[in-house]
Design a protein around this ligand. Sequence first.
Ligand code: CTP
Ligand code: CA
Length: 235
Amino acid sequence: ARADALPRDMVGKRVVVSAGGTREPLDPVRYLGNRSSGKQGYALARVAAQRGAQVTLVSAHTVALPEPAGVDIVNVGTALELRDAMHKAAAEADIVVMAAAVADFRPVSKAEHKIKKSDRDPDPVLLTRNPDVLAELVASRAEGNLDAYIVGFAAETGDDQGDVLTHGRAKLARKGCDLLVVNAVGEGRAFEVEDNAGWLLAADGSERPIGLGSKAQMAAGIWDFVMKSSTSRTA
Ligand code: CTP
Ligand code: CA
């Protein structure tokens, strides 16, 4: 679709989107990272800007992606940097979307100098838990520090404990956000590829499947759903 054919239904909305994968340093040259491309978060930011929103994109590491036109970009490296940037930006936002792949754990400490191979076996890497930024944003809203509609993402595979939808519903309840976008992953889907499929699970119990389509189409579907639900939350 041509950009000028898009609805301008997000004029006046202040939107914050996180994207990409955090990198947690081990030493000055090494990190623990993940395979997030950042494409879904960038697509969300681009489509929101095209629909008239004022967009801040908090970007962790991504593959090479064009900067979406008319979007303020805040670059971050680690989960802790992403957390700071999100709390700052969310205070002024109407809608916050956590599309970033935030590392659950980080090395306990970063070596000051490059770790050398030496002549003995390596030390194990000790990890500690990162804050859950999405859960913190929900808690911060409950304390009155922000008033945004809050969207989380989850990439799930089915396992012995349940299918993708079961895991998604449990995660929505655990996180306390208003909407969880659940991607069905596995069989080479979602990570590093162009297309997604899954469900939109809302805190009010409404559920909508999202078909296989481009990340831009998925972004449009997410914004359609958010624009409907966020107006009813504040109304
Ligand atoms: N998230 C976050 N901070 C973290 C980890 C995740 O804000 N430290 C956010 C992600 O951006 C995403 C949502 O939480 O919007 C779900 O992330 P996910 O990794 O699926 O959930 P976890 O609670 O970390 O559970 P697990 O990895 O064990 O499935
Ligand atoms: Ca996680």
